[in-house]
Design a binder for this molecule. Structure first.
Ligand SMILES: [Zn+2]
Length: 390
């Protein structure tokens, strides 16, 4: 331990140096107290600016010790400890503060919040949870405590509690939480699906749509659930609706949607939907899917013609790869060697690049995440557009 023996151990020091007495006396003449305090305060500030936080802490500790009313100094100290990664010291300081009996209600709330935040930083989620929950019992509208509890329950994957608190937070602050709550219901739905409880999964999806009617994730889950149950018409309806709401997710759901069309034996509908998407969506995925259908139904020659025409309008490395494959399959003999080299090159170009990126923090990934691993936002990771992506 870092030898935290404040406040008792520092008292003799303060007395011995005469500093405390001096300060007490000078305090009697009004104005002098302020200037004495400011001198000390600025000395501390100076240490801070010179990046000597140890000395700064020492000075601030003295101010804090001499005047029990300087609660703000304690908060500043706690902040300083945290910034230096000394969570243990911050915890002890805030514990001490919470137990003082001369705090205003506001200050006590602030101290409890600060202590809970220390616990969170130290990874002591259960203690933080207890503290914030107790605070909410005393003071039902402590939005900061609610917000912390929401992230604690997320970390613990206690989605039910996360939902309850997100709803309370929304009614306390008026800040819309529907999109976040829908993700929590989707987590519950996915859990139910994994446990082989499709009905419970459907209930949670309905709740997700209640709070966020355009939830992409709930729509995709619903589509997969219906497809698994053999309800291809319902699956097709869900996937199509998601793609129309947010075409950015088209590449994510296209393979499942195409499977559903195929099982249902409705390739005509597949082609008309793809044609609609190609109009509305700038990426290459629907073009490639359409090319495959044209090849299957009308032959390679027509597919090659179609793809060439499309790629003139939307150049893409993946499109180029498909064009090369198609040409090879059509038996283009003279250019064969060149095509083979081009094909390998294309594959190389595509293999290293991330295909998804978080629109909030820029995190790049090869697989899709609903919860950004970097900035922890929900639903912000989307397929990348551009020649090497969609
Ligand atoms: Zn992010």
């Amino acid at each position: 331990m870092s030898g935290w023996i404040w406040p008792l151990a520092l008292l003799p020091l303060a007395f011995a140096s005469g500093w405390w007495l001096h300060w007490r006396n000078s305090r009697r003449s009004s104005g002098a107290a302020v200037s004495r305090l400011s001198t000390t305060y600025f000395r501390g500030l100076n240490y801070l600016l010179n990046e000597q936080p140890d000395k700064a802490i020492e000075v601030f500790l003295k101010i804090a010790e001499v005047d029990r009313d300087t609660v703000e100094t304690h908060f500043a100290l706690g902040h300083l400890f945290r910034r230096r990664g000394e969570v243990d010291r911050a915890i002890r300081l805030h514990q001490n503060l919470v137990m003082r009996d001369n705090l205003s209600d506001e200050q006590r709330t602030e101290a409890v919040l600060a202590l809970g935040e220390d616990y969170m930083r130290a990874g002591l989620y259960d203690r933080a949870e207890t503290l914030f929950t107790d605070l909410l019992k005393l003071e039902s509208s402590a939005p900061r405590a609610m917000k912390h509890l929401i992230s604690i329950y997320q970390a613990e994957q206690d989605w039910q509690q996360a939902i309850e608190h997100a709803k309370s937070y929304e009614s306390a602050t008026g800040e819309p939480m529907g999109r976040l709550i829908a993700h929590f219901y989707c987590e519950l739905a996915e859990r139910a699906r994994c446990q082989g409880k499709p009905d419970a999964a459907r209930d949670n999806l309905r709740r997700a749509f209640d709070v966020d009617a355009n939830s992409v994730r709930a729509g995709m889950l619903e589509g997969r659930l219906e497809a698994k149950a053999g309800n291809d018409v319902a699956a097709i309806r869900s996937f199509e609706r998601v793609a129309r709401n947010d075409p950015d997710f088209l590449p994510e759901l296209l393979p499942d949607l195409l499977d559903a069309y195929r099982r249902h034996g409705d390739l005509a509908r597949a082609r008309s939907f793809l044609a609609e998407m190609i109009e509305r969506y700038p990426g290459v995925s629907p073009v490639l899917a359409m090319t495959a259908l044209v090849q299957e139904q009308e032959g390679g020659e027509r597919a090659l013609e179609y793809l060439t025409g499309q790629l003139r309008q939307r150049p893409s490395v993946r499109g180029q790869g498909a064009l090369i494959d198609l040409s090879l399959a059509q038996g283009a003999t003279a250019e064969r060697d060149i095509l083979l080299v081009l094909g390998q090159l294309t594959e190389k170009l595509l293999s290293g690049a991330p295909t998804y990126r978080c629109q909030r923090c820029g995190f790049g990934a090869r697989a899709h995440h609903w919860h950004c691993p970097s900035c922890k936002n929900w639903g912000t990771v989307k397929p990348i557009h551009g020649t090497a992506g969609e």
